[in-house]
Ligand binder design. Structure first.
Ligand SMILES: Nc1nc2c(ncn2[C@@H]2O[C@H](COP(=O)(O)OP(=O)(O)OP(=O)(O)O)[C@@H](O)[C@H]2O)c(=O)[nH]1
Ligand SMILES: *[C@@H]1O[C@H](CO)[C@@H](O)[C@H](O)[C@H]1NC(C)=O
Ligand SMILES: *[C@@H]1O[C@H](CO)[C@@H](O)[C@H](O)[C@H]1NC(C)=O
Ligand SMILES: *[C@@H]1O[C@H](CO)[C@@H](O)[C@H](O)[C@H]1NC(C)=O
Ligand SMILES: *[C@@H]1O[C@H](CO)[C@@H](O)[C@H](O)[C@H]1NC(C)=O
Ligand SMILES: [Mg+2]
Length: 428
């Protein structure tokens, strides 16, 4: 009788041990499983981190470069630069398979557009190319005249209100003695009533006779070509980036170069606004080679606060994109900017773009919304400038100068538009 409860106790103990062993084993199995899963995740996080680190190191390299240029880099110029590049959108992406497929698709589409653009030099396209996801080819296809003309017609009988606006053309100049004659010829060629146009050129930092030549040619505009007023003015400071093409366009020089350009434009703007009460401010760079003669009528037709033309250049048989500052943001480029530290300047033209450049927006029509503008040919309602719109001299929403102006204009509620069908040509 006494042994029964003992046996019973023994069985219970065995059961308890058994249970403990089971729970321990289960725990071990779970631990191993968890470790494998989290190890996998660590892998992904690690890759992610490495990507970030590469980008951060890239920034640090630029900063060091800039610090080394202490003699030219003013203390007020602080900032870091990077491409507005596609590779940047790798951040946050964990599905590499998907990513590779997207890249493959993108390259295939790019190849098709390239083939079509090349062929168009012999036989202009008879269709408008659809707007691409990203602008990735430089060649701008030729289109048949029948396709183009509807996008450039103007009202027959000069719209009284439209063509009765006073225009001030403002052009910053530096070391362009050899280009001024060509520039002035393009200005003289404009068919908008010259009595409604004043022209002011703002010079600084030149080491040639730009100022003297500009003064002579400005006088000629008034005396012999009926312009309302014209003049060339020297600003007594130096700065910016000058010299050969590589120096001007090297990526690490862009912040300094564009900041100085913004300053030069703003000073010229103040001067221009003191010269009279104008309706429109038209910025034209001195290195344009060809302007359509009805340029001003076309720009006024857009009835926008800020409006730009396509700015291209000719290389051999091809028309190519010159101005990479006139663009539309894409969901990708917007996403990229969300994670950017505020002091990063985005610069286009140094790698693939995640944006759409103006000439690629033809399929959208004659007047299209933009998010960035260049200064090649840029018209701004004088009223916007009077309300405070100017060229940011420091990084403003990741941009500066003309692109900064577009961001600022949008922020102030002004319309920013581009005319993809209207083409001006830049020197090369
Ligand atoms: N006042 C002033 N004007 C400048 C300076 N640097 C360039 N410019 C002028 O500003 C306009 C735009 O400068 P560009 O150097 O053509 O700028 P960009 O078209 O972006 O670049 P490029 O590829 O060199 O043509 C031109 O009319 C230049 O002559 C400067 O330091 N001061
Ligand atoms: C990654 O993308 C591929 C291809 O679209 C898809 O088959 C796969 O399921 C995706 N994987 C994950 C984890 O989302
Ligand atoms: C516009 O036209 C009117 C006449 O219709 C004229 O009085 C006025 O001076 C013109 N404005 C400009 C800026 O030329
Ligand atoms: C230009 O500026 C410098 C220094 O800022 C000054 O010494 C010089 O007198 C100025 N020249 C003219 C012509 O104003
Ligand atoms: C002047 O206008 C004509 C006619 O549009 C054009 O053919 C010519 O190339 C223009 N010249 C310049 C320098 O823009
Ligand atoms: Mg230029």
């Amino acid at each position: 009788m006494k042994t029964v409860p003992r046996r019973c106790l023994c069985t219970r103990r065995v059961l308890v041990y058994f249970l403990i062993i089971n729970v321990t084993c289960l725990g071990l199995v779970l631990l191993v499983l968890y470790d494998r899963v989290s190890n996998n995740q660590n892998h992904v996080h690690r890759a992610e981190f490495e990507r970030w680190k590469r980008i951060r190191d890239d920034f640090d390299k630029y900063q060091k470069n800039e610090a080394n240029k202490a003699d030219t880099m003013k203390k007020t110029l602080r900032g870091r630069q990077m491409d507005a590049v596609l590779s940047f959108d790798e951040i946050g992406k964990t599905n590499i398979t998907q990513e590779n497929e997207n890249v493959k698709k993108r390259i295939a589409a790019e190849q098709l557009r390239m083939d079509e653009a090349v062929k168009s030099a012999d036989l202009p396209l008879d269709h408008i190319p659809p707007v691409p996801e990203f602008s990735d080819i430089d060649i701008v296809p030729y289109l048949s005249e029948d396709l183009i003309s509807p996008y450039l017609v103007l009202p027959k009988h000069g719209n009284h209100v439209l063509y009765n606006q006073s225009i001030v053309i403002l052009t910053p100049i530096c070391d362009v003695e050899h280009l001024l004659e060509q520039f002035m010829n393009a200005i003289k060629n404009l068919t908008y009533p010259h009595t409604h146009i004043s022209v002011y050129l703002g010079e600084d930092s030149s080491s040639d006779l730009t100022l003297n030549r500009a003064k002579l040619l400005a006088k000629d505009l008034v005396l012999n070509h009926g312009f309302r007023d014209a003049g060339a003015f020297h600003f007594n400071y130096t700065g910016g980036i000058h010299g050969d093409w590589t120096r001007i366009h090297s990526k690490e020089n862009q912040l300094e170069r564009r900041a100085h350009m913004a300053h030069a434009r703003n000073d010229l703007l103040s001067l221009g606004m003191r010269k009279g009460h104008f309706d429109q401010v038209l910025w034209i760079d001195s290195d344009v080679k060809y302007l359509p003669s009805d340029l001003i009528q076309q720009l006024l037709f857009a009835r926008a606060d800020v409006v730009v033309t396509s700015c291209l250049y000719k290389e051999g048989r091809f028309k190519k994109l010159y101005d990479r500052n006139s663009w539309r943001e894409t969901p990708t480029s917007i996403e990229n900017q969300k994670t950017l530290p505020v002091d990063i300047l985005l610069v286009e033209g140094y790698s693939h773009s995640s944006r759409i450049f103006l000439p690629d927006l033809k399929a959208e029509g004659r007047i299209v919304p933009l998010d960035g503008v260049g200064g090649c040919v840029l018209m701004v309602k004088a009223e916007c400038h009077r309300k405070g719109l100017n060229f940011p001299e420091k990084i403003y929403k990741h941009h500066i100068e003309t692109e900064g102006l577009a961001k600022m204009a949008t922020n102030m509620g002004f319309s920013v538009r581009g005319l993809p069908w209207l083409e001006v040509f830049h020197n090369f």
